[in-house]
Structure formats: C-alpha cells, structure tokens
Ligand binder design. Structure first.
Ligand SMILES: [Zn+2]
Length: 97
C-alpha cells in the first residue's frame, strides 16, 4: 500500500474508533512522533499474507505499543482481552476468598 493511502486509512480508522486503540482503548496520537507508544498505527486484525489480507474490514488502528506486542501468534480478540486485563481474570481464579 502506498504511504499516502496508508496514512489516509489510518486517519479514517482513527476517527471511526474515536481516536482509541482497538485493543487497549487508550487515546492515540496521530501525525506526531511515530515512535511514541501511543502513536496510531495500522493493524491487520488477521495476520498473515493470505487472501483478504488487505481488506478494509481486516484493518484497525492500534497504538504502537499494542501493535509491537501482539506479533502474529495471537488471535486479535484474545490479545484484546489480554490487553484489557480480562483474559487473566478469566483463566486465573482469584486466590482471595
Ligand atoms: Zn493499544
């Protein structure tokens, strides 16, 4: 994808998501220092260069930190629950009684 088209798509997704990361819901920044952990990046929900890879409904805006953490091993929905802290509550029973 060309850089200009990519930037336009990030902006579109950014606005659609109310400026929030699709995983951790933090407010992202756009057009500033792109190395910031809260900088908006283009994320492919389903990773891997298979059919549908560049489809728009496979795209979301994610902060750089989430984008860097996820890699391609984890399912996007599982990663989201993990980032929101729901995942561990689900699999780790509370020790407190
Ligand atoms: Zn995030």
């Amino acid at each position: 994808m060309k850089t200009a088209a990519k930037r336009a798509l990030i902006l579109e997704l950014f606005e659609k998501q109310g400026g929030k990361c699709c995983y951790c819901n933090r407010l992202m920044v756009i057009g500033k220092d792109r190395n910031r952990p809260d900088a908006a990046t283009l994320e492919h929900l389903i990773a891997g260069r298979r059919k549908g890879w560049t489809r728009r409904d496979n795209m979301a805006a994610a902060c750089r930190e989430c984008n860097g953490m996820r890699g391609s091993a984890m399912d996007w929905l599982m990663f989201k629950t993990y980032r929101l802290g729901e995942f561990w509550e689900l699999i780790t029973p509370s020790k407190r009684s």
